[in-house]
Design a protein. Structure first.
Length: 302
């Protein structure tokens, strides 16, 4: 099992120091030193004040934050969790992600989703009802421009002719693309790419994120088997699909709880086929976040 750390700028009422450069450096370096596998940032480039006041959260620009972390680390992977692909011109996104991949020595993983905030789509001038078509075209362009030069594409929303992205990403074919979301559509997409990143969250949170609820490890295991079978059917023997999951137990560094219960939860996830687990950190201070990292590492040994 690998462990991804969600950067705690998304924690409710976080200490302002967590949103400063010194705080980011201290937390990401501690995550690397403690043996965690990835540091992750999400994005909301144009959230409404109403959403923020109703339980939304602060964010950095995810790709810019990962570039900052790349310069301060050597091993830990750099993850968008998640990038809302419909918000972005895919050629520009490919260039930004590819640049961080080059400068980090090939450490980027792109977890991508379709998004759910209508007001944010409207503010960005993106058609909310076209988000699935935009996503699928963007994913195709990312994979294509990272693996083919010159690259040509003609779709409903994007067009490219003779494009070459130089320098290319360090990772062959570009950063792995993992698909966020619980829906059957997300699972079909995941089978075509390198990973699936579902959430086991409350029905209320699932409704807010416009994704079906995923209520049990047994249900998760069935879906994982189906995704991997579909991957083999579409991409051939040896097709790999990583699975990263967020569950309520990911708040252990914040809330604590019975050690054996948490260890059993990790074991059941591993048996289900999960390869990576998302952790959330305390946001009360930089020191509390670092202590949460260390306490979890000492207890569960990432």
């Amino acid at each position: 099992m690998q462990f991804t750390v969600e950067y705690p700028i998304s924690a409710p009422g976080h200490d302002p120091a967590i949103a400063g450069g010194a705080g980011v450096l201290e937390i990401v370096r501690a995550a690397e030193q403690c043996g965690y596998d990835a540091i992750a940032f999400t994005e909301h480039p144009a959230p409404s004040q109403k959403w923020l006041e109703a339980g939304g959260h602060a964010t950095f620009d995810a790709i810019a934050a990962l570039g900052f972390c790349a310069a301060a680390t050597e091993r830990i992977r750099l993850m968008t969790y998640l990038l809302v692909l419909p918000y972005h011109n895919p050629l520009a996104a490919a260039k930004a992600l590819g640049t961080v991949d080059v400068l980090s020595g090939g450490r980027v993983t792109a977890v991508a989703g379709t998004g759910y905030l209508r007001s944010e789509f409207r503010s960005l001038g993106v058609d909310f009802d076209e988000r699935n078509a935009l996503f699928d075209e963007a994913a195709e362009v990312l994979r294509g421009v990272w693996s083919t030069a010159p690259y040509a594409y003609r779709g409903r929303h994007f067009e490219a002719s003779g494009v070459a992205q130089v320098p290319p990403p360090v990772q062959a074919g570009g950063p792995p693309l993992w698909i966020g979301g619980n829906s059957a559509l997300a699972r079909r997409r995941a089978a075509r790419h390198q990973g699936w990143s579902p959430m086991m969250v409350s029905e209320e949170v699932a409704r807010t994120a416009r994704t079906p609820a995923l209520s049990s490890v047994a249900e998760l295991a069935r879906h994982i088997r189906s995704v991997r079978e579909s991957a083999v059917a579409s991409r051939g023997e040896g097709a790999r699909v990583d699975v990263q999951v967020q569950t309520p137990e990911g708040a252990w560094p914040v809330e604590g709880g019975p050690v054996e219960r948490h260890r059993d939860h990790l074991g059941r996830l591993a048996e289900a086929g999960v390869t990576s687990f998302v952790l959330r950190l305390p946001g009360s201070s930089v020191g509390a976040a670092v202590e949460g990292l260390r306490r979890y590492a000492d207890t569960f040994g990432p």
